[in-house]
Design a protein around this ligand. Structure first.
Ligand code: ZN
Length: 429
């Protein structure tokens, strides 16, 4: 027979408690090492069981609670080609809207030409779509048995759909790129990325407002964001004094951001969050990077030659330097803040020699405090799950990092309480 994991069963006092337990499991099913599609509710009193009775197929005292479906089939209506912030042209499938794990899905990325060719996806196909946990929806496969001959192959463009520059495919890359740095689509995507949550995190200045200000001709470069005319914004339809003032406050706040955010916000190809943090920890001023050689970059552990080349190329371009100087003159911080410098591990402590990473929402302290405590106990904070990670501390709603650590099997996984206990503190401290 099957082994039944004991934490997955619970005796509930009433139906409300049972519903709560099922909902809890539905929300955390991705973190469970086995694929599950629902739960079984049983009445455990023999007396009530006999009163429930049975149909001709099954007893009435045991019922299945099915989780929301993670897969669905729908029709692929069309494919559009979008130009990203680094010029990569991404095919996006437009779907007949379909319900999937509680949300309506009407478009999914097809990633690149190889993905389309390897799956032989065609316009007009019925496709199987899946959405699992925090993973974005994707096409598993076309249902080729349902074809009637009217399906059309997807033709990949040979020039940029926006600026018409011929597309290029670099060695070892799956993406076709528009190589025109001043391509309007790229400029706009870079502006949108700059203000996004992952980058400068400017609240109230999302995609729609960037597009509006761009169309009005108010912003062309990243620096323009920091010299917006708030009086004119207040007069725009849908704005007014209050939202213009809120926007100003959000932009003023962003000017003080740690420089790892600024570096990441520049849309330098392959310079992700992690590499941005590594660079930020090694400079005194962002513009120092214009004097760096490729070796200066690769001397930093975990900065590879491709990131080194791309960052160096960006800082060798006088136009970019001018833009950063303008931003600094407008008040954008270029010097590492406390947040840019990871706490140094203490030489001795209960965690000395260990690497540690925090994921999910912590209840007793902020992420920063947790990292400081870990460092004070001798641990070195790292930013990714890998074979080099010793301890993963898991808060609420932990996602892909927890799954990756579980899959590795070599990482010690601790709750926040267990982490505090390890430091000799309890949760109430
Ligand atoms: Zn273009």
């Amino acid at each position: 027979g099957f082994k039944v994991p004991h934490e997955a069963t619970k005796r509930c006092r009433d139906i409300h408690e049972a519903i709560e337990f099922c909902t809890l499991w539905e929300s955390q099913r991705e973190a469970y090492p086995y694929e599950i599609d629902g739960m079984v509710l049983k009445v455990d009193s023999l007396e009530l069981q006999s009163r429930c009775g049975a149909t001709s197929h099954h007893p009435r005292w045991a019922m299945a609670f099915k989780f929301k479906a993670k897969q669905a089939t729908t029709r692929l209506l069309d494919v559009q080609f979008q130009v990203g912030k680094t010029g990569a042209v991404t095919p996006v499938a437009k779907l007949e809207p379909v319900q999937l794990a509680g949300v309506t899905v009407s478009s999914v990325s097809l990633h690149n030409e190889d993905f389309i060719l390897s799956k032989d996806i065609r316009i007009g196909d019925m496709v199987l779509v899946e959405r699992a946990g925090d993973v974005i929806p994707y096409i598993v496969k076309p249902l080729t048995d349902l074809r009637n001959g009217s399906e059309k192959p997807i033709e990949f463009p040979r020039s940029c759909p926006v600026c018409h520059t011929p597309l290029a495919r670099l060695d070892g890359e799956a993406a076709w790129r528009c190589t025109n740095y001043n391509c309007e689509a790229q400029v706009l995507q870079r502006l949108i990325f700059h203000v996004s949550k992952d980058a400068m995190d400017i609240e109230g200045l999302g995609k729609a407002n960037i597009e509006k200000f761009y169309q009005l001709g108010w912003i062309r470069s990243l620096a323009d964001i920091y010299r917006l005319d708030y009086d004119r914004i207040a007069q725009l339809e849908g704005f007014g004094e209050k939202s213009a003032a809120n926007l100003r406050a959000a932009i003023e706040k962003a000017k003080k951001n740690p420089v790892h955010r600024l570096l990441h916000s520049l849309s330098i190809h392959h310079l992700g969050k992690r590499a941005s943090r590594l660079l930020a920890a090694h400079i005194d001023h962002v513009l120092d990077l214009k004097d760096w050689t490729e070796e200066d970059f690769t001397r930093i552990k975990d900065i590879g030659p491709i990131v080194a080349q791309n960052v160096r190329a960006f800082f060798q371009n006088p136009e970019n330097i001018r833009m950063l100087q303008e931003m600094e003159a407008l008040g954008v911080n270029m010097r590492p803040t406390e947040d840019d410098r990871p706490p140094e591990p203490a030489e001795e402590g209960p965690l000395s020699g260990k690497t540690i990473l925090f994921t999910g929402a912590l209840q007793h302290m902020t992420r920063k405090e947790a990292q400081e405590r870990a460092a004070a106990a001798g641990a070195r904070n790292v930013s990714a799950v890998s074979g080099n990670l010793d301890i993963l501390v898991v808060g609420e709603k932990a996602g892909s990092k927890l799954r990756k650590a579980q899959a590795l099997g070599t990482v010690q996984i601790l709750s926040e309480e267990e982490f505090l206990k390890l430091l000799g503190e309890d949760g109430s401290a």
